[in-house]
Design a protein. Sequence first.
Lengths: 337, 309
Amino acid sequence: MRFAALLDGTVATAAVQAQALAGFLGDGLRGDLAGETFVLYCDERDRERLVDLAPTRDVRLVKTAARRPERMVDCLTAAARGGDTALFLAAAGATGTEIVTRLACRAGGGVLTDALTIEARPQRLVCRKNVYSNHLVGRFELRARPWCVTVDACWNDTRRSPSPSHTILSESDESGDAGRPGATTDTRATGATGAAPFADAELLEAPSSGDLAKSRFLVVAGYGAASREGTERIADAARRMGADFGVSRPVAMNAWAPMDRLMGVSGTRAAPALCIVAGASGAPALYWGIEKAGLIVAVNPDERAPIVANSDAALLDDAVAVLEELAEIVAGRRTHE
Amino acid sequence: MSAVRVLVCFKVTPDFEALREADWAAAATQGVQTRYVRRVLNCFDESALELALGLSDAAARLGVTVELGALSIGGREVDPYLKTLVALGYERAARVAAGADGDIADTDAAGVGVGAAAGAAGVDGAGLDRAASGLDFAPAVVASIIASYVLRADHSDLLVLGCRSGPGDGGTVPFRVAEALGWPCLTRVTSIEPLGDGRLRVGAMVDDGLLRVTLRPPCVLAVGNALVSHLRAPTLKDRLERRERRIDVLAAADLGLDIAAELRREACVPTALETIDRRRRGAVIAGATPRDKARTLFDSYLSDLIETL
């Protein structure tokens, strides 16, 4: 059986996608499969760099007009209909989800998003993924081929090298519709017909949550902060300790902190050496975002809150009061030194 | 200029956060028991419902009419939400019946989430109740219902819904519906504004930034982490004025769908649940005051570590 990994090089996340795919192919995929990488790109200057990122030796290059996931779907649909590719694999994210879903619909296959692991068997693909807001893991079977899968974002922070050498099997240029009326240079979503329906597309500055993903010391405030003021006091304590600041979903939804501070399934995932969870219950949707932390400290007055058992050390007290005291101690230590 | 006909799809789900750790621990063998858990709006759908109301308000200021409709799939527990939406100005309110009054069995009543598609597909899932039914983990069927409702009954030209919902959290339904309708789809939408000429200005968080696009319906907009996250509450006057408005209750068969057959065709079949052990040491740090506890934490755990960060 063969697989095809999909690397969307038309967006700025190509390196993360490649890392996730390499990690997943190395440790998340079981079964007797050989494969290749479809690299979508739009700028010749990126071509070489993207080939170097490919997680497989064999590469197929597809040049496309711009950020056009549907163009990749068209190419892959043709490959799915004409070839022996059983599995199409994309990284987590909006683009990956769109590509695998549309591909499965058009090619008559099965789709599963955010796979933790997969095992290819002759007639079916056995997948595991988080379900019930990350409270449980579900096991699924995909039967109809092609199997179209995105890998869970937990693979984004794996460290595996790309294939040391690459062989380009084919190159195609699908950018010919760039000059069609209505086509734009920055369009993500289009209809099944392939025409670009969105005009004036403009990619604004990326959100500032990048520091959270790479944070070494993170403080996460939860609903126990009780107010915007409480949240700001925890954020200020985090600043004084030199920590990055994130929040749980209820805090972001109440606009006590900007949305780009959101941690967890619908926000950022990080692997800090130290994470202090202040006033959050530690619901699995949040915990997914910090589970790779080296040391987790919980501050919560409720001893039954899940974060208490799921932490290394817990302080059963008011989150704001403890964080402010801790910030004073840390700042005092640094001043003393 | 003709009115924009908007349909918002929403899901009422059990509040999974209200279940105890023991409930989850038992889930792998006994299924997820949600019958006695309160119901809540899926958070992304709630944003979608409020964004559509905001779109209607803004369009009215520009002299454009937006006709709002709401659709859900479920049992009678959905009706109070539909009545609230009618009171808020949704002119069309419909439910595709599931549970006791429909031809789609109710997963939650059976208390097991993965039985439906597994049972329909003949999978012998360990620990699963094969008699349980419903549309959890059946996104292709959900998408079929929504697309059929749009094509056969509602004839809307803008579909707004949450980008994903539990318990599957797959995020594929908007794209499946878009494929079925032949419409474009934009996901992780955070804002929708009318331009006054039939076009919309839409913001969406994509993988590498915030995208702003101008589009003309028809299209599917899947709402993500929007700042607008809470559905407004209707006034008593609004409730009283619109209390006689009808809620349409349809069977899947009314839309030309055979749910059992659709479930048998579902290409991704759930077979089992596994519990997750996230426990760490959970050492409770004692102390009389927050300062005492903070000091002990610092001395015992942080003093060396923090120097390396």
